[in-house]
Design a protein around this ligand. Structure first.
Ligand SMILES: [Zn+2]
Length: 184
């Protein structure tokens, strides 16, 4: 009976909930526009953009009457709106986990299952990977085969053992095939 693998245990459905310790950068929250511009709380980017054309139109009539035309006022307002939206709206950004395989913008579940050594038949001899899932209490995890680790020191302690095993396998191979040849 095969043991359930790490991959099968961590490939569950995303919950859609953000990891609590990885908040989006503050300047990407559209609602922070009010605080930054010194407006009353609760003014959204959409409300501000909706108000801008009339505000610019009125301001131009008052301050630059000699240069006013409805078209010019509209063009100025459109430029301001475009710059505001560029500044404040959520934009797809690279994942904060450099090893994450998920390329979907704004994803919540991060993983990499690519590190793998396979045998002749394609079955896995050794694999390692990472996961940081939105529904997980464990936080970020790096696994080697069926063993999960929650910090780099623990990973290194186990991979040191694996390296030693591989060195011993090499040495054993040298002995076994030399002995076999000597036996004739
Ligand atoms: Zn990711």
């Amino acid at each position: 009976m095969a043991q359930p693998t790490i991959a099968s245990r961590i490939d569950f459905q995303p919950t859609g909930r953000a990891l609590p310790y990885i908040p989006a950068p503050v300047d990407r929250h559209p609602e922070n526009i009010a605080a930054e511009l010194g407006l009353a709380e609760g003014v959204t980017l959409d409300q501000l953009c909706a108000a801008l054309p009339a505000v610019v139109d009125q301001a131009m009539r008052t301050a630059l009457p000699g240069h006013y035309s409805r078209e010019v006022a509209e063009r100025i307002a459109a430029g301001m709106i475009a710059r505001l939206r560029q500044r404040y709206e959520d934009k797809p950004s690279a994942c904060q986990y450099r090893d994450c395989e998920d390329t979907e913008p704004g994803h919540y579940d991060h993983y990499n299952h690519r590190l793998r050594v396979t045998g002749e038949d394609g079955s896995t001899i050794l694999d390692a990977g990472m996961a940081a899932l939105s529904g997980s209490e464990a936080g970020a995890v790096v696994y080697v085969r069926n063993e999960e680790f929650t910090d780099a020191a623990a990973v290194r302690a186990k991979t040191a053992e694996i390296r030693q095993l591989l060195d011993e396998a090499d040495a054993m191979a040298d002995r076994v095939f030399a002995d076999h040849k000597a036996r004739g």
